[in-house]
Design a protein around this ligand. Sequence first.
Ligand SMILES: [Zn+2]
Length: 120
Amino acid sequence: MPDEAQLPTRTPMRCPICDGALDDAQIRDLGGVTADLVWQLHAGRCSEHGWFQTEVVSRPPREIFAVDRPFGVVRRLIIDGTEVFSFPTVWNDLPPAARRQRVDPLDPRFWQVRERRGTN
Ligand SMILES: [Zn+2]
């Protein structure tokens, strides 16, 4: 029987570069000023691309950041010769009216990163 308190840490976040599953997922609950406010930091490591992190405040995250370590500082990535500091999510690209809807902030559909446009 699964014990709820023993469930492994799960995050909807995936590597924004290769879409691979993240290892060593860590979630830091920052608590909320109200009981129904979800406020969490999610971090996870791609074996190839390093640590990533995002913040959830009642809504799905709008950006995923590359960090030097879990809950660390943002690191700069160079992808195809371009500096990348963050990865906007599908949620970020929704029109404002759609972002006002009440959704599950941990719904992985909204956590997908926007497809990067190549330079070709
Ligand atoms: Zn990766």
